[in-house]
Design a protein around this ligand. Sequence first.
Ligand SMILES: Nc1nc2c(ncn2[C@@H]2O[C@H](COP(=O)(O)OP(=O)(O)OP(=O)(O)O)[C@@H](O)[C@H]2O)c(=O)[nH]1
Ligand SMILES: [Mg+2]
Length: 260
Amino acid sequence: MRFIVMVGPAGSGKSTLTAELADTIEGYGPSVARVNYDPAAEKLPYDPEVDIRDYVSVEEFMERGLGPNGALIAAVDTSFAHVTEIRSKIDDINPDYVIIDTPGQLELFAYRIGGPVVVRAIIEDRPSATVFLMDPMFFEEPIGMVSILTLASSVAVRLQLPQVNVVSKADLLRREVLEEIIPRLGEEGYLSSLVNSMDGIDDFTRNLALSISEALYLSGFIGEVLPVSVHDPDSLARLYAKLQQILAAGDDYVFYDYVG
Ligand SMILES: Nc1nc2c(ncn2[C@@H]2O[C@H](COP(=O)(O)OP(=O)(O)OP(=O)(O)O)[C@@H](O)[C@H]2O)c(=O)[nH]1
Ligand SMILES: [Mg+2]
């Protein structure tokens, strides 16, 4: 059994990609279980085999006086009490792949410990990878790219799993960004050169963005940034291939191409 954890900002396309990637994988033969880990999800584009809403309720926490964000965090934290049940349900299904769809409240996975703790408890030490989704709008300007890749790295240090960084909704990207910018992001000095070419930012911001860009490169974090559109079956197949490569290698997979 192999685990894929979908993480990304609100509306970045996690649930849609969960549905489409599951269908893609099943199209090649392996079985997939879809796990909804978003307690606040109202409508899902797939029928989850396992659903956190069966175990915890955001409304219950709101009735006790929490606001919607606090209630969501409390619901995910509380779900830890049900992790054994959730894990046995997945074990009973025993699929080849498990895709875990998470809430858009990214702080759960980027900053707080609750999200990573429940995910770790579910996957245990089985082969796992994170898919981090980045909206195309972040790739319209260099500061957006630095900002979203920094967030991506924050998720990587929190979850501590190999991570595929995906530009979601790639059908909405401008051709130049898709063909000329994204493929070069992993090259030495490329992101920094984009930051340097920006007009209208102050020296402090430019220096900060340059330092982050260099750190992202030197740590080997940027690597390959994969554009994926649910309207492009080839891009879904490429994502599946990348995940297979990572998940088959297990602990031996060298994801980060450390340069520094
Ligand atoms: N054009 C385009 N739209 C997409 C794609 N993937 C998702 N969307 C749209 O993006 C919107 C948000 O998708 P969701 O899958 O709900 O995103 P999410 O990350 O699960 O959102 P939250 O759970 O609210 O954080 C929906 O309107 C989708 O139809 C894509 O590849 N291309
Ligand atoms: Mg969703």
